[in-house]
Structures are given as structure tokens and as C-alpha cells.
Design a protein around this ligand. Structure first.
Ligand code: 5RP
Length: 221
């Protein structure tokens, strides 16, 4: 299925190349915008100038391997200079909803370990308030129904993403109908529910830079 936003995603991905440095270890996110970045890493010759990469998903790891980029274990590193990833929604305050691709937990880990998180999106993802995109929550399978009841009590309508198992062997609830007025508080509240592995709100640790691709170019926020 063709993605009408792809040219804008490609523009944002190209703008991220300016943040790369020779011999860098790059954190690489997941999704079609990041796939555009990986393609550019190859076509622009940047892949061979990296020391290696830490991938936020098995899918991105496979693409990076095909691109000839050495895959590194985050446990063997002191940290990362840069993480580049997409998002499902973003505010101008650089708070995000992520996890549409189901990789939210590893994305959160790599973002947390990175000194700088550059988020690349097409302009259709920019919102005044998070929450129109259903909020993904990764849960331990045996806790799914319990977590769903707690999310309902928080005002949401959780829907089990059936047929999806995360790279960590868990399940995902997509929470519809949340009015996210205080993203940091909601992130904290959801994180405290027993059985939640992670929530796709990136508010306590937002992106440091947002590159927004549009028809007229790329806006840096
Ligand atoms: C995956 C993510 C992605 O960054 C998000 O879903 C955006 O994807 P795309 O670049 O395909 O629009 O969080 O878990």
C-alpha cells in the first residue's frame, strides 16, 4: 500500500543525516521513516562511516545488517551519542506517542541511553495535543485483561492488538479516547500499573530535536 506521506518522511530522514558524525555509534528506531533513513545511509555512503548501530527492533536490525552496518549490543556500550527514530504523533514541545510499529519498549530503552534523540516525522504527525493516535501499551501477556481494566479506569478504551507479539514476547493494548493534557503524569501513572512493560508516551524523556518534513521543506523544532 502506498504511503502519501512518504516524500515528507524521506525529507525528514535526509535532514537527519546532518546529525551523523564519522565513527559514530547510532541508535536506530523503527518504522517507514527510519527505513527511509537506512536507505539514505546506504545511498549517501554514510553507512560505511558509522562504527556501528544499536537497533530498536529485529526489523531494523535486519535492514541494518543488509546495509552492512555492524550491530552492537547496548550492554557493551557506555551509551550512545545519537538516536534517530520516527513517531506516531508529536507536539511542538517534542513530546511523542510512539509504538505504532510495536517497538516501543526497545525504542524507549535506546532513547533513554542516548545523549541526543532526533525524531523524524512528516508534518501530518504534528498535533497540539497527544491522544488522537491510540496510545500503545506493551503488557506481559498474563496481565493483559487486568491492565486493560486499569486503563479503562484512567478514561481510555484499550483494544488488544490481536495477532501481534512484540520482539520481547509481549502483547500490545492500543488505548483510544485519551485526552492527554498532562503527558508526563499519564506516562507515570501507566508505568505504575503492574504488568505494564512500557507505554508509548515519550514525555518524561521527549525528543531533543524534531525534524518535520513537509512539502515546503523541513522544519527543525
Ligand atoms: C514504531 C514507532 C514508529 O516510529 C512510528 O510508528 C512511526 O512509524 P512510521 O515512520 O512508519 O510512520 O514508534 O514502534
Amino acid at each position: 500500500m502506498s504511503d502519501p506521506a512518504l516524500p515528507n518522511k524521506q525529507r525528514a530522514a535526509r535532514a537527519a543525516l546532518a546529525w551523523l558524525r564519522d565513527d559514530m555509534i547510532l541508535g536506530v528506531g523503527t518504522g517507514s521513516t527510519v527505513n527511509a533513513l537506512i536507505e539514505l545511509l546506504v545511498s549517501e555512503g554514510a553507512a560505511r562511516r558509522l562504527r556501528g548501530a544499536v537497533a530498536s527492533s529485529e526489523a531494523s536490525a535486519a535492514r541494518l545488517r543488509d546495509a552492512g552496518v555492524a550491530l552492537l549490543d547496548l550492554n557493551e556500550l557506555d551509551g550512545l551519542a545519537l538516536y534517530v527514530d520516527g513517531a506516531d504523533e508529536a507536539t511542538r514541545g517534542r513530546q511523542l506517542i510512539k509504538g505504532g510499529g510495536g517497538a516501543l519498549t526497545r525504542e524507549k530503552i535506546v532513547a533513554a541511553a542516548a545523549q541526543r534523540f532526533v525524531c523524524i516525522i512528516d508534518e501530518g504527525k504534528l498535533v497540539d495535543q497527544l491522544g488522537r493516535f491510540p496510545l500503545p501499551v506493551e503488557v506481559i501477556p498474563m496481565a493483559r485483561a487486568y491492565v486493560a481494566r486499569r486503563l479503562t479506569a484512567l478514561g481510555g478504551h484499550p483494544v488488544w492488538r490481536t495477532g501481534v507479539t512484540t520482539d520481547n514476547g509481549n502483547q500490545i493494548l492500543d488505548v483510544h479516547g485519551l485526552a492527554i493534557t498532562d503527558a508526563v503524569s499519564l506516562e507515570t501513572a501507566v508505568n505504575q500499573i503492574a504488568g505494564v512493560v512500557s507505554v508509548g508516551l515519550f514525555a518524561a524523556r521527549p525528543a531533543d530535536v524534531l525534524l518535520v518534513g513537509g512539502a515546503r521543506g523541513v522544519e527543525t523544532i
